[in-house]
Design a protein around this ligand. Sequence first.
Ligand code: AMP
Ligand code: MG
Length: 328
Amino acid sequence: MQLVEIDPVAPDPAVIDRAAALLRAGRLVAFPTETVYGLGANALDSAAVDRIYTAKGRPAYNPLIVHVANAARALDVVREWTATADALASAFWPGPLTLVLRKRDEIPDGVTAGLSSVAVRVPRHAVAQALLEASNLPIAAPSANRSMMLSPTTGVHVASSLGDVVDLILDAGPTVVGIESTVLDLTTATPTLLRPGSISVPEIEAVIGAIAIATSAKSGVGRASPGMMDRHYSPRARLLLVDAADVAATLDHERGGGRRVGALVVASLLQDAGVTRMPRDAAGYAAQIYNVLHALDNAGYDVIVVERVPDGAEWLGVRDRLERAARS
Ligand code: AMP
Ligand code: MG
Protein backbone atom coordinates (compact mmCIF):
# COMPACT_ATOMS: atom_id res chain seq x y z
CA MET A 1 0.00 0.00 0.00
CA GLN A 2 1.05 3.52 -0.63
CA LEU A 3 -0.54 6.67 0.78
CA VAL A 4 0.05 9.78 -1.31
CA GLU A 5 -1.03 13.24 -0.24
CA ILE A 6 -2.89 15.14 -2.91
CA ASP A 7 -4.29 18.67 -3.07
CA PRO A 8 -8.10 18.57 -2.57
CA VAL A 9 -8.69 21.48 -4.95
CA ALA A 10 -5.92 21.21 -7.57
CA PRO A 11 -4.81 17.55 -7.64
CA ASP A 12 -1.40 16.79 -9.19
CA PRO A 13 -2.10 15.29 -12.67
CA ALA A 14 0.92 12.97 -12.40
CA VAL A 15 -0.51 11.35 -9.27
CA ILE A 16 -3.97 11.15 -10.84
CA ASP A 17 -2.49 9.45 -13.94
CA ARG A 18 -0.80 6.85 -11.76
CA ALA A 19 -4.06 6.15 -9.95
CA ALA A 20 -5.96 5.94 -13.25
CA ALA A 21 -3.40 3.46 -14.61
CA LEU A 22 -3.87 1.26 -11.54
CA LEU A 23 -7.66 1.31 -12.04
CA ARG A 24 -7.27 0.37 -15.70
CA ALA A 25 -5.03 -2.52 -14.60
CA GLY A 26 -7.80 -3.87 -12.36
CA ARG A 27 -6.31 -2.63 -9.07
CA LEU A 28 -7.94 -0.89 -6.11
CA VAL A 29 -7.48 2.84 -5.42
CA ALA A 30 -8.92 4.63 -2.39
CA PHE A 31 -9.85 8.23 -3.12
CA PRO A 32 -11.74 11.09 -1.48
CA THR A 33 -15.24 12.10 -2.48
CA GLU A 34 -17.14 14.94 -0.80
CA THR A 35 -19.05 12.38 1.33
CA VAL A 36 -16.51 9.80 2.58
CA TYR A 37 -13.46 8.06 1.06
CA GLY A 38 -14.29 5.43 -1.57
CA LEU A 39 -12.56 2.15 -2.41
CA GLY A 40 -12.54 2.33 -6.20
CA ALA A 41 -12.29 -0.26 -8.97
CA ASN A 42 -13.11 -0.27 -12.68
CA ALA A 43 -16.88 -0.91 -12.66
CA LEU A 44 -16.66 -2.76 -16.00
CA ASP A 45 -14.05 -5.28 -14.75
CA SER A 46 -15.75 -7.99 -12.75
CA ALA A 47 -12.48 -9.37 -11.31
CA ALA A 48 -11.59 -5.88 -10.04
CA VAL A 49 -15.07 -5.49 -8.56
CA ASP A 50 -14.70 -8.84 -6.78
CA ARG A 51 -11.50 -7.51 -5.22
CA ILE A 52 -13.53 -4.75 -3.52
CA TYR A 53 -15.73 -7.34 -1.78
CA THR A 54 -12.71 -9.36 -0.66
CA ALA A 55 -10.83 -6.30 0.58
CA LYS A 56 -13.78 -5.02 2.62
CA GLY A 57 -15.13 -8.37 3.74
CA ARG A 58 -18.36 -7.06 2.22
CA PRO A 59 -21.25 -9.52 1.88
CA ALA A 60 -21.92 -10.42 -1.77
CA TYR A 61 -25.54 -9.21 -1.45
CA ASN A 62 -24.54 -5.58 -0.77
CA PRO A 63 -24.43 -3.65 -4.10
CA LEU A 64 -21.93 -0.90 -4.93
CA ILE A 65 -22.38 2.68 -6.07
CA VAL A 66 -20.94 3.49 -9.51
CA HIS A 67 -19.33 6.91 -9.85
CA VAL A 68 -19.32 8.65 -13.23
CA ALA A 69 -17.83 11.94 -14.44
CA ASN A 70 -21.10 13.64 -15.42
CA ALA A 71 -24.77 12.98 -16.13
CA ALA A 72 -24.09 12.11 -19.79
CA ARG A 73 -21.75 9.32 -18.68
CA ALA A 74 -24.46 7.87 -16.43
CA LEU A 75 -25.87 6.54 -19.70
CA ASP A 76 -22.86 4.18 -19.90
CA VAL A 77 -24.22 2.52 -16.78
CA VAL A 78 -28.03 2.80 -16.82
CA ARG A 79 -30.46 1.41 -19.37
CA GLU A 80 -32.89 4.32 -19.34
CA TRP A 81 -32.43 7.91 -18.27
CA THR A 82 -35.77 9.24 -17.07
CA ALA A 83 -37.09 12.82 -16.90
CA THR A 84 -37.02 12.51 -13.10
CA ALA A 85 -33.38 11.44 -13.17
CA ASP A 86 -32.58 14.33 -15.45
CA ALA A 87 -34.26 16.88 -13.18
CA LEU A 88 -32.44 15.53 -10.12
CA ALA A 89 -29.09 15.41 -11.91
CA SER A 90 -29.50 19.04 -13.02
CA ALA A 91 -30.33 20.09 -9.48
CA PHE A 92 -27.84 18.03 -7.45
CA TRP A 93 -24.96 16.68 -9.60
CA PRO A 94 -22.13 16.84 -9.06
CA GLY A 95 -23.06 16.14 -5.45
CA PRO A 96 -24.03 13.65 -2.73
CA LEU A 97 -27.17 12.16 -4.32
CA THR A 98 -27.15 8.57 -5.60
CA LEU A 99 -29.85 7.47 -8.05
CA VAL A 100 -30.94 3.84 -8.48
CA LEU A 101 -32.00 3.08 -12.06
CA ARG A 102 -32.29 0.02 -14.32
CA LYS A 103 -28.82 -1.20 -15.26
CA ARG A 104 -27.22 -1.84 -18.62
CA ASP A 105 -26.29 -5.43 -19.42
CA GLU A 106 -22.55 -4.65 -19.53
CA ILE A 107 -22.48 -3.83 -15.81
CA PRO A 108 -21.15 -6.93 -14.06
CA ASP A 109 -23.46 -8.67 -11.60
CA GLY A 110 -20.91 -8.11 -8.86
CA VAL A 111 -21.49 -4.35 -9.01
CA THR A 112 -25.22 -4.68 -8.38
CA ALA A 113 -25.17 -7.83 -6.26
CA GLY A 114 -27.24 -9.49 -8.97
CA LEU A 115 -29.97 -6.80 -8.99
CA SER A 116 -31.35 -5.48 -12.28
CA SER A 117 -30.86 -1.92 -11.00
CA VAL A 118 -27.67 0.04 -10.43
CA ALA A 119 -26.82 2.93 -8.12
CA VAL A 120 -25.03 5.84 -9.81
CA ARG A 121 -23.73 9.24 -8.81
CA VAL A 122 -21.49 12.10 -9.96
CA PRO A 123 -19.18 13.15 -7.11
CA ARG A 124 -18.23 16.80 -6.62
CA HIS A 125 -14.75 16.34 -5.10
CA ALA A 126 -11.99 17.57 -7.46
CA VAL A 127 -9.85 14.45 -6.86
CA ALA A 128 -12.75 12.10 -7.68
CA GLN A 129 -13.58 14.20 -10.74
CA ALA A 130 -9.97 14.15 -11.95
CA LEU A 131 -9.75 10.38 -11.49
CA LEU A 132 -12.97 9.80 -13.43
CA GLU A 133 -11.77 12.04 -16.26
CA ALA A 134 -8.25 10.56 -16.43
CA SER A 135 -9.34 6.93 -16.25
CA ASN A 136 -12.30 7.46 -18.55
CA LEU A 137 -14.03 4.69 -16.60
CA PRO A 138 -17.11 4.31 -14.43
CA ILE A 139 -15.67 3.65 -10.96
CA ALA A 140 -17.45 1.34 -8.52
CA ALA A 141 -16.65 2.60 -5.05
CA PRO A 142 -18.19 1.75 -1.69
CA SER A 143 -16.86 3.43 1.43
CA ALA A 144 -13.19 2.50 1.98
CA ASN A 145 -13.58 0.69 5.30
CA ARG A 146 -13.99 -2.90 6.42
CA SER A 147 -17.62 -3.97 6.18
CA MET A 148 -19.87 -2.75 9.05
CA MET A 149 -17.22 -0.44 10.50
CA LEU A 150 -17.11 3.37 10.49
CA SER A 151 -16.75 5.05 7.12
CA PRO A 152 -13.43 6.86 6.57
CA THR A 153 -13.33 10.64 6.27
CA THR A 154 -9.53 10.95 5.99
CA GLY A 155 -6.84 9.02 4.12
CA VAL A 156 -5.40 7.98 7.48
CA HIS A 157 -8.71 6.30 8.39
CA VAL A 158 -8.46 4.31 5.14
CA ALA A 159 -4.86 3.31 5.82
CA SER A 160 -5.67 2.02 9.30
CA SER A 161 -8.65 -0.03 8.06
CA LEU A 162 -7.57 -1.27 4.60
CA GLY A 163 -3.86 -0.38 4.40
CA ASP A 164 -2.80 -3.94 3.68
CA VAL A 165 -5.23 -4.59 0.82
CA VAL A 166 -5.50 -1.39 -1.21
CA ASP A 167 -2.91 -0.55 -3.87
CA LEU A 168 -2.95 3.24 -3.50
CA ILE A 169 -4.60 5.74 -1.15
CA LEU A 170 -5.04 9.32 -2.34
CA ASP A 171 -5.15 11.41 0.83
CA ALA A 172 -6.69 14.85 0.38
CA GLY A 173 -7.48 15.41 4.07
CA PRO A 174 -10.95 15.47 5.68
CA THR A 175 -14.06 15.21 3.51
CA VAL A 176 -16.57 18.06 3.58
CA VAL A 177 -19.99 16.35 3.82
CA GLY A 178 -18.82 13.60 6.18
CA ILE A 179 -21.67 11.06 5.80
CA GLU A 180 -22.57 8.80 2.88
CA SER A 181 -24.73 10.02 -0.02
CA THR A 182 -28.52 10.21 -0.05
CA VAL A 183 -29.78 7.16 -2.03
CA LEU A 184 -33.01 7.50 -4.02
CA ASP A 185 -34.61 4.60 -5.90
CA LEU A 186 -36.13 5.71 -9.23
CA THR A 187 -37.26 2.23 -10.28
CA THR A 188 -40.37 2.40 -8.08
CA ALA A 189 -43.64 4.07 -9.22
CA THR A 190 -43.00 6.83 -6.68
CA PRO A 191 -39.30 7.61 -6.13
CA THR A 192 -38.27 6.08 -2.79
CA LEU A 193 -35.65 7.28 -0.34
CA LEU A 194 -33.50 4.28 0.62
CA ARG A 195 -30.80 6.06 2.60
CA PRO A 196 -31.02 9.58 4.02
CA GLY A 197 -28.02 11.84 3.56
CA SER A 198 -27.07 15.48 3.41
CA ILE A 199 -29.44 16.19 0.51
CA SER A 200 -32.72 16.24 2.41
CA VAL A 201 -36.23 15.03 1.56
CA PRO A 202 -37.61 18.60 1.25
CA GLU A 203 -34.76 19.53 -1.12
CA ILE A 204 -35.56 16.53 -3.35
CA GLU A 205 -39.31 17.13 -3.17
CA ALA A 206 -38.81 20.75 -4.25
CA VAL A 207 -37.50 19.37 -7.55
CA ILE A 208 -39.62 16.27 -8.29
CA GLY A 209 -42.64 16.44 -5.95
CA ALA A 210 -43.58 13.99 -3.21
CA ILE A 211 -41.37 10.94 -2.68
CA ALA A 212 -41.83 7.83 -0.58
CA ILE A 213 -39.55 7.12 2.35
CA ALA A 214 -38.58 3.53 3.05
CA THR A 215 -39.56 2.73 6.64
CA SER A 216 -36.00 1.95 7.59
CA ALA A 217 -34.82 5.29 6.22
CA LYS A 218 -37.27 7.00 8.58
CA SER A 219 -36.45 5.06 11.71
CA GLY A 220 -32.97 3.61 11.19
CA VAL A 221 -34.52 0.18 11.81
CA GLY A 222 -34.63 -2.62 9.24
CA ARG A 223 -33.36 -2.57 5.73
CA ALA A 224 -34.59 -0.50 2.78
CA SER A 225 -32.22 -2.04 0.28
CA PRO A 226 -29.80 -4.96 0.36
CA GLY A 227 -26.92 -3.13 2.01
CA MET A 228 -28.86 -1.16 4.61
CA MET A 229 -28.15 -3.38 7.58
CA ASP A 230 -29.71 -2.58 10.96
CA ARG A 231 -26.28 -2.34 12.42
CA HIS A 232 -23.89 -0.37 10.28
CA TYR A 233 -21.46 2.48 10.44
CA SER A 234 -20.42 1.38 13.91
CA PRO A 235 -17.55 2.42 16.11
CA ARG A 236 -15.79 -0.27 18.15
CA ALA A 237 -17.08 1.39 21.32
CA ARG A 238 -20.68 0.77 22.41
CA LEU A 239 -22.83 3.75 21.47
CA LEU A 240 -25.78 4.80 23.65
CA LEU A 241 -28.32 7.31 22.28
CA VAL A 242 -30.05 9.27 25.05
CA ASP A 243 -32.06 12.47 25.55
CA ALA A 244 -30.16 15.63 26.57
CA ALA A 245 -31.58 15.42 30.09
CA ASP A 246 -30.16 11.91 30.56
CA VAL A 247 -26.59 12.43 29.33
CA ALA A 248 -25.06 13.17 32.76
CA ALA A 249 -26.76 10.28 34.56
CA THR A 250 -25.90 7.83 31.79
CA LEU A 251 -22.29 8.96 31.84
CA ASP A 252 -22.11 8.44 35.62
CA HIS A 253 -23.84 5.09 35.46
CA GLU A 254 -21.58 3.73 32.71
CA ARG A 255 -18.46 5.00 34.46
CA GLY A 256 -19.54 3.09 37.52
CA GLY A 257 -18.41 -0.11 35.86
CA GLY A 258 -14.85 1.22 35.49
CA ARG A 259 -15.35 1.72 31.79
CA ARG A 260 -13.84 4.55 29.76
CA VAL A 261 -16.90 6.62 28.80
CA GLY A 262 -17.19 9.70 26.58
CA ALA A 263 -20.15 11.76 25.40
CA LEU A 264 -21.20 13.77 22.33
CA VAL A 265 -23.54 16.63 23.12
CA VAL A 266 -25.35 19.37 21.21
CA ALA A 267 -27.75 21.18 23.56
CA SER A 268 -26.66 19.66 26.88
CA LEU A 269 -24.58 22.11 28.90
CA LEU A 270 -22.72 19.35 30.70
CA GLN A 271 -19.05 20.19 31.33
CA ASP A 272 -16.83 17.14 31.64
CA ALA A 273 -13.42 15.98 30.41
CA GLY A 274 -14.98 13.21 28.30
CA VAL A 275 -17.53 15.45 26.58
CA THR A 276 -17.22 16.52 22.94
CA ARG A 277 -19.45 19.43 21.93
CA MET A 278 -20.83 18.86 18.42
CA PRO A 279 -21.95 21.56 15.94
CA ARG A 280 -25.58 22.69 16.35
CA ASP A 281 -26.32 22.55 12.61
CA ALA A 282 -26.91 19.28 10.77
CA ALA A 283 -24.30 19.87 8.06
CA GLY A 284 -21.64 20.78 10.61
CA TYR A 285 -22.52 17.76 12.76
CA ALA A 286 -22.40 15.39 9.76
CA ALA A 287 -19.01 16.75 8.72
CA GLN A 288 -17.58 15.89 12.18
CA ILE A 289 -19.36 12.73 13.30
CA TYR A 290 -17.21 9.95 11.83
CA ASN A 291 -14.02 11.84 12.57
CA VAL A 292 -15.02 12.20 16.23
CA LEU A 293 -16.08 8.54 16.52
CA HIS A 294 -12.79 7.38 14.93
CA ALA A 295 -10.88 9.56 17.41
CA LEU A 296 -12.79 8.18 20.43
CA ASP A 297 -12.22 4.61 19.20
CA ASN A 298 -8.52 5.30 18.80
CA ALA A 299 -8.37 6.84 22.28
CA GLY A 300 -9.71 3.57 23.71
CA TYR A 301 -13.20 4.62 24.85
CA ASP A 302 -15.47 1.68 25.70
CA VAL A 303 -18.78 3.56 25.65
CA ILE A 304 -19.92 6.73 23.88
CA VAL A 305 -23.06 8.42 25.20
CA VAL A 306 -24.62 10.43 22.38
CA GLU A 307 -27.26 13.09 22.96
CA ARG A 308 -30.15 12.63 20.51
CA VAL A 309 -30.08 15.15 17.68
CA PRO A 310 -33.07 17.37 16.71
CA ASP A 311 -36.07 16.10 14.73
CA GLY A 312 -35.86 18.32 11.64
CA ALA A 313 -35.73 16.91 8.08
CA GLU A 314 -32.16 18.14 7.66
CA TRP A 315 -31.09 15.90 10.57
CA LEU A 316 -32.51 12.66 9.07
CA GLY A 317 -29.13 11.49 7.67
CA VAL A 318 -27.27 12.05 10.94
CA ARG A 319 -30.11 10.47 12.97
CA ASP A 320 -30.06 7.38 10.74
CA ARG A 321 -26.28 6.92 11.15
CA LEU A 322 -26.45 7.36 14.93
CA GLU A 323 -29.36 4.92 15.27
CA ARG A 324 -27.57 2.28 13.20
CA ALA A 325 -24.32 2.82 15.07
CA ALA A 326 -26.18 2.37 18.36
CA ARG A 327 -27.80 -0.90 17.33
CA SER A 328 -26.05 -4.03 18.60
P1 AMP B 1 -21.75 2.32 0.27
O1 AMP B 1 -21.17 2.45 -1.09
O2 AMP B 1 -20.95 1.49 1.20
O3 AMP B 1 -22.09 3.69 0.81
O4 AMP B 1 -23.14 1.54 0.11
C1 AMP B 1 -23.91 1.65 -1.06
C2 AMP B 1 -25.36 1.40 -0.69
O5 AMP B 1 -26.20 1.87 -1.75
C3 AMP B 1 -25.71 -0.07 -0.56
O6 AMP B 1 -25.39 -0.57 0.71
C4 AMP B 1 -27.21 -0.08 -0.83
O7 AMP B 1 -27.91 0.23 0.36
C5 AMP B 1 -27.37 1.06 -1.82
N1 AMP B 1 -27.48 0.51 -3.19
C6 AMP B 1 -26.50 0.33 -4.08
N2 AMP B 1 -26.97 -0.22 -5.23
C7 AMP B 1 -28.29 -0.40 -5.05
C8 AMP B 1 -29.34 -0.93 -5.86
N3 AMP B 1 -29.12 -1.39 -7.09
N4 AMP B 1 -30.57 -0.96 -5.33
C9 AMP B 1 -30.81 -0.48 -4.09
N5 AMP B 1 -29.86 0.03 -3.28
C10 AMP B 1 -28.62 0.07 -3.74
MG1 MG C 1 -20.24 1.69 3.38
